[in-house]
Write a protein that binds this ligand. Structure first.
Ligand code: ADP
Length: 357
């Protein structure tokens, strides 16, 4: 038994979540051998949202025991480091994975899912930003309970090159960094945009906000298809889009339209989330539609008055409390999304470029 033979043996293990070998997924961080056949293995997961992490150590132990019958104690350290495409580089955003959350139409819970996805990944340990690009009807500040009398501060900072760059304060919600048009205009003021202005504002939100370094940036898109998605797809190489829909047939048609729109602008679709499943709207429709259209199903969030109540009261974060009924559903959705991102980042080496539109 040598370090190389242990690495080769573990490298051939197929990861139960990613469906790729640990070698391909570059998950074996370190292998050390000590006297008496003892082995210490460090495994690095591609996301803190990797489900059932307690499976990993026994899998390492079982694999080594079957290959090397005389192996002694096998100690396994499991850590994580988010992998990603780092695709915000061209506009100066330091983020490993930018994820858009969209829907075919309004009112299906897209903002709820976007905010919960961001907050969930943050509670699991990742560095996360949440950008509300639903510029016509920003609801993120309200859901997270951010009340402001004045817009976020803009300060000038000095770059190493000597030039001064304006920086806008990201609004911190228990460590989650957020930016929204809702911080800049009063709640009751309608927002009317011309295309170029919209594009510029999105660009400023991405470029000027002091996001720091992020593992994930979640973007809440406006409902339907349109300008914002197109602008974002030109500015960033998104890791993918999550499509939120409700289970009824009529709503699913809109979701399929959203799917086709993301295809057209070359944003990979990470999958469908079914929201408001239950007696009122039924359940299972989104999963069937996902299967039919060959996209992953990312989980369901049942209809539950607690979701509406907490979000109306600006306490969406409370959905992640230990005793909260929606919590396991939300964590599962965060895990599925993070795993799909990790899978995609293994298979696509370069960001897709948008051709002619
Ligand atoms: P969208 O962004 O698609 O317009 P929202 O996220 O603003 O939708 O949700 C619309 C309304 O539905 C909000 O009041 C929200 O609290 C509520 N809601 C969302 N998901 C659920 C759910 N699973 N159960 C109960 N209410 C929900």
């Amino acid at each position: 038994m040598t370090v190389e033979s242990v690495r080769a043996c573990l490298g051939a293990v197929t990861d139960p979540e990613l469906g790729r070998s640990w070698d391909e997924a570059r998950m074996i961080d370190n292998v050390e051998l000590s006297g008496a056949g003892e082995v210490r293995v460090a495994i690095e997961l591609p996301t803190p949202a990797y489900p059932d992490q307690e499976r990993i150590a026994p899998l390492v132990q079982k694999t080594l025991h079957s290959q090397f019958p005389n192996v002694g104690n096998v100690a396994v350290d499991v850590s994580w480091k988010v992998r990603g495409k780092e695709s915000g580089g061209s506009i100066g955003l330091r983020c490993k994975n930018v994820v858009a959350v969209g829907s075919g139409k309004g009112g299906v819970g897209k903002s709820t899912v976007a905010a919960a996805l961001a907050y969930g990944l943050h509670t699991l340990g990742a560095k996360v930003g949440l950008m509300d690009a639903d510029v016509y009807g920003p609801s993120i500040p309200h859901m997270l309970g951010v009340q402001r009398n004045e817009p976020p501060a803009v300060e000038e900072i000095k770059a190493p090159s000597g030039e001064t760059i304006p920086r806008m304060e990201a609004i911190d919600v228990n460590g989650l960094k957020t930016m929204s048009m809702g911080y800049h205009v009063p709640d009751d003021k309608p927002i009317i945009w011309r295309g170029p202005m919209l594009h510029r504002t999105l660009q400023q939100f991405l470029q000027l906000t002091d996001w720091g370094e992020l593992d994930y940036m979640i973007i809440d898109l406006p409902p339907g298809t349109g300008d914002v998605t197109l602008s974002l797809s030109q500015m960033l190489g998104l890791a993918g889009a999550v499509v939120v829909c409700t289970p009824q047939q009529v709503a699913l048609l809109d979701a399929i339209r959203a799917l086709k729109m993301f295809d057209t602008v070359k944003i990979p679709v990470l999958g469908f989330v079914e929201n408001m499943s239950g007696e009122v709207f039924g359940s299972g429709g989104a999963q069937q539609a996902a299967e039919k259209h060959g996209v992953p199903f990312l989980g369901e969030l049942p209809i539950d008055p607690q979701i509406r109540i907490e979000s109306d009261a600006g306490r969406l974060q409370a959905l992640f409390d230990e005793q909260s009924a929606p919590r396991p559903h939300l964590i599962k959705i965060c895990q599925r999304v993070a795993i799909e991102i990790a899978k995609n980042s293994l298979s696509s080496s370069t960001m897709p470029t948008l051709e002619v539109l």
